[in-house]
Design a protein around this ligand. Structure first.
Ligand code: DX5
Ligand code: ZN
Length: 220
């Protein structure tokens, strides 16, 4: 499967955001991961619609929006209009998951469904042929720079098996604690979209992206 890197701008230096996004794109990142936090579903507040609008059209990268917000159905249209290409919502945050997925599709964009580390992968079963992407959170959502939870490997493997059994080739994204020294293992477990924040934006961004891409190519 094609391996994709999705740098998370949560760890970017916002006074240099355009420049840093450019470095990511030039060095081979295909998605840009955009973490929205509401201070309710998670404790922190990050950024939202006006920032996405200002990025829209300024990059060739796919805008991969991860909504860590309660009842995301309320904001699906706004984020779609603001430029999201993929909108991922938390299973735990939705009263009616199917309705949220349907609304995302009605906006003409791709739907992602994600689960927190404590949520069993089985809850995704009814939605396997409904979403284009499934995101396994490998840290508690809410902040960057945490350590990868090793139990996530089993969840990725189980989910890829569940998809394969049904002949579905959906993307599996993994988010949290991914570094150049574990990204290969994450790919081997069956994931193909890798989110990385601190490992990309700390230090030399171009060199960090290139190193991730070099490793990921080995798993295609
Ligand atoms: C965590 C966010 C992540 C975060 C990852 O709630 O969803 O996307 O930016 O950061 P790192 O790669 O530093 O763990
Ligand atoms: Zn994220």
């Amino acid at each position: 499967m094609k391996q994709i890197l999705a740098p998370s701008i949560l760890s970017a230096d916002f006074k240099k955001l355009g420049e840093q996004m450019g470095l990511c794109e030039k060095s081979g990142a295909e998605y840009l991961h955009f973490d929205v936090m509401d201070g309710m579903f998670v404790q922190n507040i990050s950024f939202g619609i006006p920032v996405l609008e200002s990025i829209k059209g300024s990059t060739g990268m796919v805008l991969d929006v991860h909504l860590m917000i309660e009842e995301p159905i309320r904001y699906v249209e706004s984020f779609a209009k603001a430029g999201a290409d993929i909108l991922t919502v938390h299973y735990e945050a939705c009263k009616d998951v199917q309705a949220v997925i349907d609304k995302i599709h009605a906006c003409g964009i791709k739907a992602g469904l994600t689960i927190k580390p404590g949520t069993p992968v089985d809850v995704l079963k009814p939605f396997l042929n409904q979403a284009e992407m499934f995101l396994i959170m490998s840290v508690e959502p809410g902040q960057g720079g945490q350590g990868f939870i090793p139990e996530s490997f089993d969840k990725i493997r189980t989910l890829r098996e569940m998809l394969n059994e049904k002949g579905i080739t959906a993307d599996i994204e993994v988010d949290g604690g991914i570094k150049s020294d574990n990204v290969g293992e994450v790919a081997k477990a069956g994931a193909n979209v890798m989110v990385a924040g601190s490992a990309i934006f700390r230090g030399d961004i171009g060199a960090n992206v290139s190193e991730f891409m070099r490793i990921l190519k080995e798993y295609e």
